[in-house]
Write a protein that binds this ligand. Structure first.
Ligand code: AMP
Ligand code: ZN
Length: 112
């Protein structure tokens, strides 16, 4: 089992954890691309949004709900961006479902 986010979800690798429940985890990105850069992952190994089904889609709903709840505690009250990369051309390096929460400063308009 060589997936870094599976290791994080099993607490085998330490992070700056900000949120955890039975389905998801939130922690600080190790290489922040903005003043605030959080990651939310599924605990279960789901490769990307491409593998979302009616059985696991509640995990994405939960991530968005938790992000909305905690955003003001992380200096995101003026706005932020949620990004999920998918596959090679999408620039997905870690093949385990995750959402980047980026903000804490004005973000560039360009997504690419
Ligand atoms: P992506 O390119 O969308 O797959 O993003 C993967 C993200 O995971 C990158 O922003 C990395 O900085 C971040 N990352 C990788 N390993 C760790 C780790 N051990 N702790 C926190 N963030 C990590
Ligand atoms: Zn995994």
């Amino acid at each position: 089992m060589d997936c870094i986010f599976c290791k994080i979800s099993k607490r085998l690798v330490e992070t700056e954890l900000i949120y955890e429940d039975t389905d998801i985890m939130g922690f600080k990105d190790i290489r922040p691309q903005a003043k605030v850069h959080l990651l939310f992952i599924s605990k279960q190994h789901i490769e990307s949004v491409e593998d979302i089904t009616s059985e696991n889609s509640h995990i994405i709903g939960k991530i968005f709900q938790v992000v909305a709840k905690i955003s003001s505690h992380y200096n995101l009250q003026r706005g932020y961006r949620i990004i999920t990369n998918i596959g090679e051309e999408g620039g997905q390096q870690v093949r385990h479902l995750h959402f980047h929460i980026i903000g804490g400063e004005p973000l560039k308009k360009e997504i690419n």
